[in-house]
Structures are given as C-alpha cells and as structure tokens.
Design a protein around this ligand. Sequence first.
Ligand code: PHE
Length: 358
Amino acid sequence: MEDLEQIRAELLAAVAAAAGPDALDAVRVNALGRKGRITELMKGLGALDAEARRAAGQELNSVKAAVAEAIDRRKRTLDDAALEGRLAAESVDISLPVRPERQGLLHPISQTIDEVIAIMGEMGFAVAEGPEIEDDFHNFGALNIPPEHPARQMHDTFYMKEKPDGSRLLLRTHTSPVQIRTMESTEPPIRIIVPGRTYRSDSDMTHTPMFHQVEGLVIDKTTHFGHLKGCLIEFCSAFFEVANVPLRFRPSYFPFTEPSAEVDINCSRQGNTLKFGEGDGWLEIAGCGMVHPNVLRACNIDPEVYQGFAFGIGVERLAMLKYGIPDLRTFFEADLRWLRHYGFLPLEVPTLLRGLVP
Ligand code: PHE
C-alpha cells in the first residue's frame, strides 16, 4: 500500500490550493469520487488479510475523514469570500447621484422664482400662497373690480361651470387675490411676496394661457410710494446684477392701487444681446401702486390707520430678459433639448451672498 501519510499531505495541500469552487470540486472528485484515489485504495483493502485490512482500513478512514472535512472547511471559506466579493461589487453608494448623466435640471421659471425669493427674503418678505382656483370675490370684487367694471374684460378669465346659486369659480387671472387672502387672515404689519401660476385665455408670441407672477404686498402705518420705488430698484439691481439700474415708473391704472404705475427697466438691444442700464430702450416688468383704500376696507383693515403698496412682476418676462430666452411659448413646450439648454442645476440654490447664479 502507498504511503498514506504522503497521500493525506498531498490531498490536503490540493484542497488548500483550490482557488475556487470548481477547482475544489475537482479535488473532491479526484480524492473521494467513484474513481478517486481514496476510493480506489478502499477497493484494494479486500486483497489484504483480516489483520492488515483492519489497520489499513482505519488509517484510510481517517485520511478520508480529514480530507472530507478539509474540503468542507475550504468550501465555506470560498463561499464566504464569494459573498463578500459580491456584496462589495454590488454595494450602492446612496450618497451619489444614481445616474449623473441623466440628472434633471430646474426649469428657468423655477430658477427665477427661487432667485426672486432669495432677494425679497433678504429684504424681509415672507412667501405666501393661495389657491389657483379662485372665487369672484378674491380675484375681482375685493380688489375693487365690481361686476360691471371694464377691467374684467382685460383679464380674459377662464370660468368654471356655473354653480346652482349662479356663482362661478375661475382660474385666478393674477396673484393679487392672495393679497386679499393674506389681509383677511393676518394683522398688519404685512410683508409678503406671492409667487405662483396665473391664467388668462390669451395665446400668441408674448402670451401663454398659463403664466407666472410674483405679487408683493406691504401693509403698515407709514409705508409710502418712495419705499415701493426703493424696493423695486433694489430688487432689479440684485436680480439683474447691475448697480444703479435705471427704472422708469410710468403712471398707469389698476383698480386696486392708487396711484398706480407700470415699471420699465432701461436696456439697450444690440442684435440679439440685451444690456441693462444703458441705451434708450425700456421694457415693462411690473405693475404696482399704493393699495386702494377700498381694498383695505374689503379686508376689514382701516385705511385711516393703515396703508401700503403692492406690485406684480411677470416671472416669464424676468427670465426672458435675464437668460436671453427669445420666445415665451418655448417655456411650456416641454422640449427636452430646450430644457437641457436653459435648465439649472437643482442643487445650486440661489443666495444673495454667494451670487444668484453659479
Ligand atoms: N395684478 C396686476 C396684473 O396682473 C399687477 C399688479 C399687482 C398691479 C399689484 C398693481 C399691484 O396685471
């Protein structure tokens, strides 16, 4: 009989050297399989006499057990290593963007609203919101626009179906109803801005049926038109990032403010580029005025005690001017190429300290 110690050492070495499950299985077949070395030796025992057979049999069994156990242990080690490897290979760093090449971008409207909030927030304005489906009272009546008022025609209102009582809800035509809602629910002093969607049945190069405004409202005992001017001048120079941007306050009319003005920003157009604070061009960006006493009264605020101003800025207009977007309608076409071109990184939150746009 061959030297069993020698065989045991060889087989154990082969087990230890098996680098993977397949190699280990080959070692097992080679040692313990039907034609394996140990199996063959077992078969040879029959030729020995009884005494020798028992001794050799015992020894052979112990080699067989040792090899089987070594294979078992090695198998567990290999399995563990394989699992560790898989866990490492398949681990997900949840702090990384899932698909950086597919990262979404902020629409220029969202970016512009974030910038307005950053600037006005710094000036002490809080953000207020209101419903987009409004009633007649908040959108018109309380804003000093009674039913027969011609200003209603100018608003191209979308109306809902008539209710049994004859009233009709509507899509708000401006953000001004949130002035009313805020004054109804808050004691002055009030200092809010209201960014939001507005709707008018109007569609051409410069109008879309849905658009955005930022309303502003300040109510206290001493605020006057000078504050309104200062506020808008300050806003424009921060937003357009030009010192001393010239603004023109052109007398105008809104039923809910008196006096009223429209605000134009000075700019020059050379070919396709627009520069602010130079040249002889003027572009309208906002309507504004001192809150009409009738509006205060409709909200149970005493106009003998309180006064203030309001303004409404067109968000699309701001975005078009600042980011050189020529056609209003493209804002809402959801064209991915347009969005990738004009979009903003979502994690670059605008702040006045760091600069509004990275
Ligand atoms: N609500 C007005 C509009 O949509 C704008 C405006 C707001 C004017 C506040 C004056 C004061 O046209």
